[in-house]
Write a protein that binds this ligand. Structure first.
Ligand SMILES: [Zn+2]
Length: 607
C-alpha cells in the first residue's frame, strides 16, 4: 500500500517536470469570454487534473469553477471523456489512451464581468485559465504561456516577454506559483506612470484617454508612497513592481496583492475627484504593503504547497490587519491624505468597531479563522455577526502596539523597527518566508521586550465588548462624537451606502434598502429589519440626506423620525424611531495631558 502510494507520487512528479503549454485567446475578453487551450504532458492510464480552488489573497476556496464552460479533452487525435470527482468539484478524472504523450484541454471562461473587465479592458487572472496535475506542488509545475489580446490592446504584466508573434505575446516559462502571482491587464486605453527609476510604475487602464490624466501632484504623492515604503521596510522583495490600475464605472473593481504587481480597480474619476482619489491612495498603499506583508512574509497556514490545499486564516490579523494599519499610515506620510483625513479614518474605524455588536459573542480571531464565511457575507445583521473585522480593528491594535513600543523605548523605536526586522532584510526577488504567532512575538520582543504574547492574546483572542481605543488615547487623542461631518468616513461607507450605526443603528443602501440593523438600537426597537425599504422620512420621499437631517434635528422640541417603510409583503407601515441625540460623527480631539505620538506616526519618514 505504502509502496503503491510512493509510486503514484513519483509518477505525477515526473509528469510535472515538462512544461504545460497554455494558450489564452482573449480576443473576446471585453465581453467576459476567454478561451483557454492547454497541452498537458501525460502518460497512458488514469489521470486527474485539478482547477485552482484556494486563491492566494482571497484566502478562500473561491476559484470560479462554475465559470468554466465548454470543456473538451483530446489525446492522440481523439476526444476523450472525463468525469468530475464526486466530492471535489475542482477535480476531473479521465483515462489517457495508449501512445498519447499529452492531453489537450479546451474550455471557455465565461465570467460575470463587472469585477474583472469592462468593454475596453480585462484582467487576465491565470488561475482561472489553467488545470494542472493533482498532487503536485505549484512550484514544481512549469507553464509556458502565450496570450492573444484583442487587436490594438496593450498588455501589462510582471511576466517577461519571450517574443511576439503577430498579435500574440509569448512569455518566458515560469512555475505555476509565479504564473498565478503575475496577472496581466490588457486594454485599449492605457498609460504608464513611472514612479522610480523604472523600477516601480503605475499601469493605468480605463474606458477612454481622458480618465488616464493624473495631476502632477497626484503623481508626486504616488512617488512619495514608494519612497515611504522603502523608508519603512529598508529593502524590497521584487525585481520590479507594477500597480495594475483600472479606473472605470463599468468594471475592474479590484484589490488583490501579488509579489511584483497589485490589481487595483476603482471609480472612473479617481484621478479627478478628491474623495475617490483618497480611496485610490488607500487602495494602492494597502496592496503595495502586501508585497512585504503577505507575499514575502506569510502566515504558515496561508503558505500552502498548491492551490488545492486548504488555507488556514488564523493569522490574517497580521497579514491583513497589519497591512491595513501600515497602508493607512503610509497615506499621510505620502501626502496622499492630509493628517485630518488620517485622524478621521482612525475615528471612523473606532466607531464602526465600537458599534459592531457581534464583538460581545466572538473574539476578533474568530473572524480570521472563518475567513471563508466572512468575505462577501450578506449585509443583513452583519454587525451583529461580525465581518472581516481583522482588517479595521487591527488598525487600532497595531496602533496601540506602535505607541507601546515608543513608550517602552523612550521614543527611540516604533513599529517601523519591527517592519525592518520582519519584512526588510536584504533586497531579493520574489521570495516567501512563512511565520507563526511565535515569530511575530519574538520579533516584537527584539524591538522592545514586553509581554507581547499576553497583549495579543488579550486584544485578538479574547472577547472584548468594546473597541480597543487604548492606542488612540495613549497617542494623545480621544474619540468624540459631534455634528461635524467626518469627510473621510465617506470612503468607508460611500460605496456601500449610508452608515448610521452611531445614531439610530442602521446601514442603508443607495437604493434605500435597509442593509443592516444593530439588534440593540433605536431602529431595531422600532421594528426595522434588513431587507425593508425606506419610502419616506417625516412625510417626504426618502433620501439619505433627509434621514440624516431628521437625525440632526432630533433633539429639537417635538421632533420626530417617522419612517414610511415597505416591510416586504407589499404593505407600507410607518415606524417611529425613538431617538433624540442628534447627529453623531466620530472625530479625534487632542488630549493635551499626553504627548502627541499620532502626529509623529503620520509624519513623512522619507529622507
Ligand atoms: Zn489586503
Amino acid at each position: 500500500m505504502c509502496f503503491l502510494a510512493l509510486a503514484l507520487v513519483a509518477a505525477s512528479s515526473s509528469v510535472a517536470t515538462e512544461p504545460i503549454v497554455l494558450s489564452v485567446d482573449a480576443t473576446q475578453a471585453g465581453r467576459n469570454f476567454i478561451h483557454s487551450h492547454l497541452v498537458v504532458p501525460a502518460h497512458s492510464g488514469p489521470m486527474t487534473l485539478v482547477y485552482p480552488k484556494w486563491i492566494p489573497g482571497e484566502h478562500s476556496p473561491s476559484g470560479p469553477i462554475n465559470d468554466v464552460i465548454g470543456l473538451h479533452l483530446h489525446a492522440a487525435g481523439h476526444e476523450i471523456s472525463w468525469q468530475r470527482d464526486d466530492v471535489d468539484m475542482f477535480a476531473i478524472h479521465f483515462a489517457v489512451p495508449q501512445g498519447a504523450k499529452s492531453v489537450e484541454l479546451d474550455f471557455d471562461l465565461a465570467s460575470k464581468g463587472g469585477s474583472i473587465a469592462s468593454p475596453n479592458f480585462s484582467r487576465i487572472k491565470w488561475n482561472r485559465l489553467v488545470w494542472y496535475p493533482q498532487g503536485v506542488a505549484s512550484d514544481n509545475v512549469t507553464f509556458q504561456a502565450n496570450l492573444t489580446p484583442p487587436r490594438g490592446w496593450r498588455c501589462a504584466t510582471a511576466l517577461r516577454e519571450a517574443g511576439v508573434d503577430g498579435n500574440s505575446i509569448e512569455f518566458e516559462p515560469v512555475s505555476l506559483t509565479r504564473l498565478v502571482d503575475s496577472p496581466a491587464l490588457i486594454g485599449k486605453y492605457s498609460k504608464t506612470i513611472v514612479l522610480r527609476d523604472n523600477l516601480e510604475k503605475i499601469e493605468v487602464f480605463a474606458d477612454n484617454d481622458k480618465t488616464l490624466e493624473a495631476k502632477p501632484t497626484t503623481i508626486a504623492h504616488f512617488k512619495n508612497l514608494v519612497a515611504e515604503a522603502h523608508a519603512l521596510f529598508g529593502a524590497h522583495h521584487y525585481n520590479s513592481y507594477r500597480f495594475l490600475v483600472t479606473l472605470s464605472g463599468h468594471g475592474g473593481d479590484e484589490g488583490l496583492e501579488h509579489h511584483e504587481t497589485s490589481e487595483d480597480g476603482t471609480a472612473e474619476d479617481a484621478f479627478s475627484d478628491e474623495n475617490d482619489g483618497r480611496y485610490l491612495g488607500y487602495l494602492l498603499s494597502h496592496e503595495y504593503t502586501h508585497s512585504w506583508n503577505g507575499k514575502y512574509r506569510r502566515p504558515a497556514g496561508l503558505a500552502t504547497p498548491n492551490f488545492q490545499e486548504p488555507m488556514k486564516g488564523e493569522l490574517l490579523w497580521v497579514y491583513e490587519g497589519m497591512t491595513e494599519f501600515i497602508g493607512t499610515t503610509l497615506n499621510p506620510r505620502s501626502e496622499l491624505w492630509s493628517f485630518e483625513n488620517y485622524k478621521d479614518a482612525i475615528a471612523e474605524i473606532s466607531a464602526v468597531m465600537e458599534y459592531t455588536q457581534g464583538r460581545t459573542w466572538r473574539p476578533l480571531v474568530d473572524t480570521a479563522r472563518s475567513v471563508q464565511l466572512v468575505y462577501g457575507g450578506d449585509p443583513g445583521w452583519a454587525r451583529a455577526r461580525r465581518g472581516a473585522d481583522y482588517y479595521y480593528e487591527m488598525v487600532l491594535v497595531w496602533l496601540e502596539a506602535d505607541v507601546k513600543i515608543m513608550q517602552l523605548t523612550n521614543g527611540k523605536k516604533s513599529i517601523d523597527d519591527f517592519c525592518k526586522l520582519f519584512h526588510g532584510g536584504q533586497t531579493t526577488g520574489p521570495k516567501l518566508v512563512p511565520y507563526t504567532f511565535s515569530d511575530v512575538v519574538a520579533t516584537l520582543n527584539k524591538v522592545a521586550p514586553y509581554d507581547w504574547a499576553g497583549f495579543l492574546h488579550n486584544r485578538v483572542y479574547a472577547v472584548q465588548p468594546h473597541a480597543p481605543t487604548q492606542g488612540i488615547e495613549e497617542s494623545g487623542w480621544k474619540v468624540v462624537y459631534n455634528d461635524k461631518l467626518n469627510d473621510t468616513a465617506k470612503q468607508y461607507d460611500g460605496p456601500k451606502g449610508t452608515f448610521l450605526y452611531s445614531t439610530i443603528g442602521i446601514q442603508v443602501a443607495d437604493d434605500s434598502t435597509v442593509q443592516d440593523v444593530l439588534p440593540d438600537s433605536p431602529a431595531a426597537s422600532a421594528g426595522l429589519s434588513p431587507g425593508m425599504k425606506l419610502v419616506a422620512v417625516n412625510g417626504m420621499k426618502y433620501t439619505a440626506d433627509r434621514l440624516k437631517q431628521a437625525i440632526a434635528d432630533s433633539p429639537k422640541p417635538g421632533a420626530r423620525i417617522d419612517l414610511l417603510t415597505d416591510i416586504g409583503d407589499e404593505s407600507l407601515k410607518t415606524l417611529t424611531i425613538s431617538y433624540h441625540s442628534g447627529a453623531r460623527y466620530p472625530h479625534l480631539i487632542r488630549d493635551p495631558s499626553k504627548p502627541d505620538l499620532l502626529s509623529k506616526i503620520a509624519a513623512p519618514h522619507r529622507r
